[in-house]
Design a protein around this ligand. Structure first.
Ligand SMILES: [Zn+2]
Length: 191
């Protein structure tokens, strides 16, 4: 997890700082989303694309109702597309297209065709949904990857899994961006 650079233009910078300062997110009821997350886990383990599709769409639908926002379409692909066209917000395991409000996730990595791990899949689903929330609900139209964005995503992710939230330890890089300090996070988890 690595933050975007802060934009220079005043209006964009103001939006970036608002996203940065927004550390929390109201969370939906734990059910049915936790049961649906378990369904996603089992479907992924069974390598059943239709069931992964059904569980993912249902999670997004329940979340959208809970946040009272339009429901994005979810498409599960067998593998990561090799060619990228259009205005997609592109990640390693999924993407979100703002204009059509579509989320795509892939069950396999592009090169090695290894199955995507459940934690990665669920985290990507939450990540893409948080881009959606930024744009349609939080008045954050550029949906920057700020520390606040990653913290909101982590809250939703742990809530869906029913796992405790670990505070994210950030390391500032020389260009002013931040990266997660996994070593320090593991260290603090052991203490
Ligand atoms: Zn993103």
């Amino acid at each position: 997890m690595h933050t975007d650079r802060m934009p220079k233009a005043e209006a964009k910078k103001a939006e970036f700082l608002r996203s940065e300062a927004l550390h929390t997110l109201q969370l939906p009821d734990s059910e049915p989303v936790r049961s649906l997350a378990l369904e996603l886990k089992e479907s992924l383990a069974a390598d059943d694309r239709k069931a992964v599709q059904a569980a993912s769409s249902e999670i997004i639908s329940v979340l959208s109702n809970s946040y009272k926002v339009a429901t994005p379409a979810v498409k599960i692909l067998a593998a990561r597309p090799q060619k990228v066209s259009g205005d997609w917000v592109f990640e390693t395991f999924g993407d979100y297209e703002p204009d059509s409000m579509r989320i795509r996730l892939w069950m396999r990595t592009a090169v090695q065709k290894k199955p995507t791990a459940f934690g990665t899949m669920l985290h990507t689903l939450c990540h893409e949904f948080c881009h959606h929330l930024d744009m349609v609900s939080l008045d954050l139209h550029n949906t920057y990857h700020t520390r606040g964005f990653f913290e909101r995503t982590a809250l939703l992710y742990h809530h869906l899994q029913g796992t405790p939230v670990k505070p994210i330890v950030w390391r500032k890089l020389s260009d002013g961006t931040y990266q997660v300090d996994w070593q320090k996070m593991r260290h603090s988890a052991r203490r």
